[in-house]
Structures are given as structure tokens and as C-alpha cells.
Design a protein around this ligand. Structure first.
Ligand code: PLP
Length: 450
């Protein structure tokens, strides 16, 4: 069944039809809650029919109706090299031919762990299958090592759907959190403190009041899950030092930023320069090369507390899966300095063009970035925290999103997400984005007059 958008003529005179996507969406809704396996894919924040993608090559997605889109989400981060990279594919095909899972240690796991240890400040890593599992396990380890229970996090930072982290701030700064979703018991968030991001005085206050109970502070190394909100200069160093002073562990979540914003992640932009390192880190996305692989890692003495050597239990049937680790290893090996330079330049070109188009159309906006990762806020002021990110004109974003989609550009279907480019975003892909921007900016402007 086609929706109203399905046969509309668009600016560059191509009829975008979403009939096949709409039909699949109807079937999906019958057998899957909301028709999707992760909520943001449903387009609820922007309306319209989610596009069902059939294939992807390089910078391009092709949907089941045959429409092509320049991909600016890159699977929400993992596809650093672009889709279906021939060398990654060849490595994966060879791995599949050797069998897909053995439940034993394998060589690719060792090689991928070595590659991660080489690029980051962690001494050791343990592989898991999702970013959620990585942060969940890091928190368990932090609690096990410190013998403390309380976890501090920031509003607007997402660390996966871990019960204790799906928490909203309580009634006061130093009061414990309340569940952010039905299904999370109050007892799970009763040990979580939620603070405003970039707010040093809030951090000082909760450590002053609860410091001896805090097992760890977990933060996105640079938040990307409320749009990109870089840490203010020195903020991560301040967090590391505050944790150290109170005997708590500093857990830096680089699931999104790791091997993405720079070769060494966000840590390469601050910790490596300033001379500090997190006690624990989490990784995912890029290091899985498009497969379900993630990891947590950290100081050798902390990681030594994990089973089988130590008392803190953690395990996984498919952890370190040989196909996934092969894909991740191939991706990291191909992610050279030249790749990061290309990503930087591409991101810069798109950021400048978006700002110019929105300015020309009179749409208030702020473009923020860290390394190669960026996002556009439809708001007036620089965004420092979740309250600032929430102050957006989401209707204007929805109009902008659909105008871009109609012109062959797939943006994140929510105003609260990072935009991602890849090594495969060439001139043709970038030109398609640039050509779409002026009309999309005018579409956003039109909602403001409405
Ligand atoms: N941590 C961060 C910073 C993330 O961005 C995400 C997912 O987007 C996660 C953790 C959870 O990862 P996953 O979706 O693989 O469970």
C-alpha cells in the first residue's frame, strides 16, 4: 500500500516511489513491534514511510523500490570505509568459508584485540556482541573492582539499553534517578545519578555528596546521541581526575566515536594530548566492520578482575565471533590516515554547505562536530547539553529530512542524531548532497512560516 508520498514529483524531477517499502512496512508491522528492530528506524520522529534498503555499495543505499540515496548515517557509524568494501568483503567471505562460529578462541580475535590495544590507551579488551553489552559489562566490572554500587551518567548520553542507564534525572542534582522507560525497575535506577553534560559544578557536587559510594562515572567520550555535543576543553580530563580523586573508575564510552572521529577515537583529541587515560573504555560500531561486535577494555589490573582470571563474571556464546572480528580487523587495517583525512574534508564540505543553505533560507541552526562526526541542530544557540539539544525546531528538521530524502540523500531520521560520512563519499555523492540542500533548507523555512 503506497503512502501519500509515494508518487510525488520531486525537485530534480525524479518520481520517488516508496510503494515497495510501504508494502514491506505493512507486513513488518504485523510481525514485528512497530515494524522495525530498533525504534529510530520507524521514522516516527520525521513521519512518512521508512525505506527498506535492499543493498548498499560505497556511499549509496538502494531501497526496495529502486531509489538510490547518498547514505549519511553509515549504519549509525560502523561503515567507515563505505558499504561492501571489496577487501572487507573478501576477508569476510574467506572467514565464512572456514565456518562461522566455533565457541573456541581464534586468531582473528587476538589480531583485532592487538589492533585495538595499538590504537587506544587500553591494555586489554574483552569482546562482546553489542555496545549495550559492552557498557553493561564495563559497569559490572567497575562495581566488582571498587566494591561500590553507584553509577554517574549524563543526561542525553546513550550507552545502549542497559537497565541502570535508561534513567532520567531525579528531582534534584544529587538525587538518584528514576526509570526512563516502563520495564526498568526503580531498584535498577536507584543507584544511578544523572547529571547535565559539560557541567563541572554538578559533577563536583555529586562526588562531594556520594563520592565514597560511586563505582564509576560513564560518559560518551563525545556525545553523539543527542546530536554531536563535544566536551568543553578539559572536561574529560576533569572527569578522569575527579574519578581518580574519589577512587571511582572513569568509563569512557567510545562505541560511536572510537576509530571514527579520529584513528584513535575521541581520546586521540583529548586524552592523548593532555596525558590521561580512562580506566575502562567501550567500543563498537567501526571495530565490528558492520557485524555485531563490540568490546570493553582498560587498565590491565582492572581487566584482570574478569573471569576466568578474576571473580567478576562475564561471558558470551558469540563473543569474538571469527567472521565479525575478521570484518573488524579488515576495517581497522584499511582505516589509514588518508581515510581519516578524506573523512575530515568530506565532513567539512558538507558542514559548510549545510550552514550556507540554512543561512540563505533564514533557518536558525548550529553545526557542531568532533573529528569527522558532526550534526546540525535546528536551534539558535550552541548546544552544550541535553536541555540545549531539546530546544530544537523538530518540525523544521522533519521537513528538511524529507526534502533531502526526496532528492536522494538519507539523513538520520531524527534531529537528535549524528551524521556520518565514509571513505567512499566521493565527488558524486557529495555533489548530490550539495545539490539537495537549497531546496531542503527552503522546505525547513516554510514550516517556520506556517
Ligand atoms: N554507546 C554508545 C555511545 C552508542 O552510540 C551506542 C549505540 O548507538 C551504544 C553504546 C549501544 O550500542 P549497541 O546499539 O550496539 O547496543
Amino acid at each position: 500500500m503506497a503512502d501519500v508520498r509515494s508518487l510525488r514529483k520531486v525537485g530534480h524531477n525524479v518520481a520517488v516511489t516508496s510503494q515497495a517499502s510501504a508494502a514491506l512496512f505493512a507486513r513488518a508491522q504485523a510481525v514485528t513491534p512497530g515494524g522495525v528492530n530498533s525504534p529510530v528506524r520507524a521514522f516516527n520522529a520525521v513521519g512518512g514511510t521508512p525505506r527498506f534498503v535492499r543493498s548498499a555499495v560505497g556511499a549509496w543505499l538502494t531501497d526496495v523500490d529502486g531509489n538510490e540515496y547518498v547514505d549519511l548515517i553509515c549504519s549509525w557509524g560502523p561503515m567507515l570505509l563505505g558499504h561492501a568494501h571489496p577487501e572487507v568483503q573478501a576477508a569476510v567471505q574467506a572467514a565464512v568459508a572456514r565456518g562461522t562460529s566455533y565457541g573456541t578462541p581464534t586468531e582473528p580475535e587476538v589480531e583485532l584485540a592487538e589492533a585495538i590495544v595499538e590504537r587506544t590507551p587500553v591494555d586489554q579488551v574483552r569482546f562482546v556482541s553489542s555496545g549495550t553489552e559492552a557498557t553493561m559489562s564495563a559497569i559490572r566490572l567497575a562495581r566488582g573492582v571498587t566494591g561500590r554500587d553507584v553509577v554517574v551518567k549524563f543526561a542525553g548520553c546513550y550507552h545502549g539499553h542497559v537497565d541502570s542507564l535508561l534513567a532520567s534525572a531525579g528531582s534534584g542534582l544529587a538525587t538518584f534517578a528514576v526509570p526512563g522507560t516502563p520495564g526498568v525497575p526503580e531498584s535498577s535506577t536507584a543507584l544511578t545519578l544523572v547529571l547535565p553534560y559539560n557541567d563541572r559544578s554538578a559533577v563536583k557536587q555529586v562526588f562531594a555528596e556520594h563520592g565514597d559510594r560511586i563505582a564509576c562515572l560513564v560518559t560518551e567520550a563525545a556525545p553523539g546521541n543527542m546530536g554531536v555535543v563535544p566536551p568543553e576543553p578539559g572536561f574529560n580530563a576533569f572527569l578522569a581526575e575527579t574519578c581518580r580523586a574519589h577512587g571511582a573508575l572513569f568509563v569512557s564510552d567510545e562505541v560511536m566515536t572510537g576509530f571514527r572521529v579520529t584513528r584513535t577515537g575521541q581520546w586521540g583529541l583529548d586524552g592523548a594530548v593532555e596525558g590521561w587515560r580512562p580506566d575502562l573504555m567501550t567500543f563498537g560500531k567501526v571495530m565490528g566492520g558492520g557485524f555485531p561486535a563490540a568490546a570493553f577494555g582498560g587498565r590491565a589490573d582492572v581487566m584482570a578482575q574478569l573471569a576466568p582470571g578474576g571473580p567478576v563474571y562475564q561471558a558470551g556464546t558469540l563473543s569474538g565471533n571469527p567472521v565479525a572480528t575478521t570484518a573488524g580487523l579488515a576495517t581497522l587495517r584499511l582505516a589509514t590516515d588518508e581515510v581519516y583525512r578524506h573523512l575530515d574534508q568530506t565532513a567539512e564540505t558538507i558542514k559548510i554547505a549545510v550552514a550556507e543553505a540554512l543561512t540563505a533560507a533564514g533557518v536558525p541552526h548550529v553545526v557542531q562536530s568532533t573529528g569527522t562526526m558532526f550534526s546540525v541542530f535546528f536551534t539558535e544557540k550552541a548546544v552544550l547539553d541535553f536541555a540545549g539539544a531539546s530546544d530544537q525546531d523538530t518540525a523544521a528538521y522533519a521537513a528538511f529530512f524529507h526534502a533531502m530524502l526526496d532528492r536522494g540523500v538519507y539523513l538520520p531520521p531524527s534531529a537528535y542524531e549524528a551524521w556520518f560520512v565514509s571513505a567512499a563519499h566521493d565527488d558524486r555523492a557529495v555533489d548530490t548532497v550539495l545539490a539537495a540542500l537549497p531546496e531542503a533548507a527552503r522546505a525547513a523555512a516554510a514550516t517556520r512560516g506556517a
